[in-house]
Design a protein around this ligand. Sequence first.
Ligand SMILES: Nc1ncnc2c1ncn2[C@@H]1O[C@H](COP(=O)(O)OP(=O)(O)O)[C@@H](O)[C@H]1O
Ligand SMILES: [Mg+2]
Length: 288
Amino acid sequence: MISRGDYVDSDVCDPVAVVDSVWFRYEEDYVLKNIAFEVLRKDIVVVMGPNGSGKSTLLKILAGILKPQRGEVYICGKNVNEMQSTDLTKYIGFVHQNPWFYIFNLKVYDEISFTLRNLGVNENIIAENVLEIATELDIVDLLDKSPFTLSEGEARRVVIASAVVHKPLLLLMDEPTAGLDYNNKKKFIGIIRRLNKVLGTAIVIATHDIDILAILGEAKIVVMNRGEIVYRGYVGDILSNPKILIENSLSIPVEIEIAKMLGINWRNLENFNNLIAEVGKIKGSLCR
Ligand SMILES: Nc1ncnc2c1ncn2[C@@H]1O[C@H](COP(=O)(O)OP(=O)(O)O)[C@@H](O)[C@H]1O
Ligand SMILES: [Mg+2]
């Protein structure tokens, strides 16, 4: 198996990423305004905000795809402006909002191998690592298929496998749950948690999908609005005090809202089915 130490000279840097007083504009008006943001080793951070608040731009800045007009971004203490793109590839996995955007190989296996081949890894070692990540993501059966025949959920897992096969320190994902139903969102978040634990990869998810809040209660959260960070804390805290979400054109998941109204402990609710079971118990005791 490859180890991260084969690729990056620091396996233990902390923080993994630092965004220091970043300002960014595409045109006249700044869309990121004085952003300060840190990702610690093994963090899972949800960057939440309404459409146009600057989430995707922040992710691209973190990945070194866009360069800020003011301020700096450091990955493992190195200024991204001074890093070679191959170095950025070693440190960072980036999953674009549209899973088809980056897929271009005719076989899933080749798609997942692409980064390792670029890094000059021996084919036997590539095979071991592709199998390892494909097993983790439950896509071994897809390895010989064409990516273009896959369902959206399968394609998303292939893209994630391609982004993490070389064990980057940081995985950046833009709206990864778009187009997934609730059960698939839950499965997907389970995968993210495992990658975070098994690979020790810090994860940043940019999203406006409030369902994620109910599923990822332990994660950190950063709320953005109009290019500024308006809140930072933990998902669990923001669910107890949803004012900040509502003020920023977001809301809390409906099952948590109902649970609160009924006095049910929403912290144990993982999904809507749990809520229905809890409501069933209350109904049972009322009708006795
Ligand atoms: N390529 C671009 N050219 C000009 N403006 C852009 C471009 N991409 C995004 N924007 C603008 O930047 C702002 C932030 O966009 P974005 O980072 O995509 O927000 P989010 O991901 O939160 O929806 C929006 O006002 C959007 O219209
Ligand atoms: Mg976006």
